[in-house]
Design a protein around this ligand. Structure first.
Ligand code: CTP
Ligand code: CA
Length: 224
């Protein structure tokens, strides 16, 4: 028994985090993706590991890396891959945080050969991906489940709707309105909303500090 580790607040706890974008294949050489850097999810994983947790980080394609023996990175490409891995690990974790920017739609069919530029227009038919976070909310037992919400308008209302609909314990509202907040930046401005509708607004700060704020709020909620 390590007495120093034993004092850490997440010692003995398992944490699962989804991070990064997903890539949805169009044909063998093309995909639909988004600008998520994965930074927020990787900072959450680092924080959790530094707080003593055993971390599973399910990540879409990013340039991020982590050197921490308590973080197990599961690389995935598509929303479907991420869904399957998340469901493998979710049953065993104490805390799950879905920070990934999962594609909402994917091509209904993946062309087996590279699509040639024959016609002057090209129409792709898209179908909805599975909502990973909502599917976890639907099966959750004792896990503390955290989601993100990226909104540009009626932010609080939309975020509260997602919290309820997806059966979350906490939602992190990401404001894209402020300069320096969001996808590619190193900083974020967030508002946390708990299951009782209690709202805490934070200033613009580094994603590492945002990760700390999120875990502090999780500790408050678990102690309550
Ligand atoms: N999410 C997920 N699986 C999806 C889509 C979203 O797990 N297929 C998760 C995200 O990781 C995030 C939360 O759901 O934690 C909210 O994502 P967001 O894109 O803000 O909301 P959506 O529910 O996808 O709705 P919309 O994009 O229409 O606002
Ligand atoms: Ca979405």
């Amino acid at each position: 028994e390590n007495h120093i580790l034993g004092n850490l607040p997440l010692y003995g706890k398992k944490v699962m985090i989804t991070a990064g974008p997903t890539y949805e294949a169009i044909d063998p050489v093309r995909f639909i993706g988004n600008h998520s850097s994965g930074k927020m999810g990787f900072e959450l994983a680092k924080s959790a590991a530094n707080l003593g947790a055993e971390v599973t980080l399910i990540s879409g394609p990013t340039n991020q890396s982590i050197q921490h023996s308590s973080v197990n990175i599961i690389p995935v490409i598509s929303a479907q891959d991420m869904y399957e891995e998340a469901h493998i690990y979710f049953k065993t974790v104490d805390i799950a945080i879905c920070a990934a920017a999962v594609a909402d739609y994917r091509p209904k069919e993946i062309a087996l050969q590279k699509i040639k530029k024959d016609d002057s227009t090209l129409t792709l038919e898209l179908e909805k991906t599975k909502d990973i976070l909502a599917s976890l909310g639907a099966i959750k037992t004792n896990q503390f489940l955290v989601g993100f919400a990226l909104e540009t308008n009626n932010e609080l209302e939309h975020a509260k709707g997602k919290l309820k609909r997806k059966n979350l314990n906490l939602i992190v509202l990401n404001s894209l309105n402020d300069k320096g907040a969001g996808f590619k930046s190193d900083t974020n401005k967030v508002t946390l909303i708990d299951a009782k509708g209690h709202i805490t607004e934070f200033n613009l700060k580094s994603k590492a500090d945002v990760a700390q704020d999120i875990f502090n709020e999780i500790f408050n909620q678990l102690d309550a």
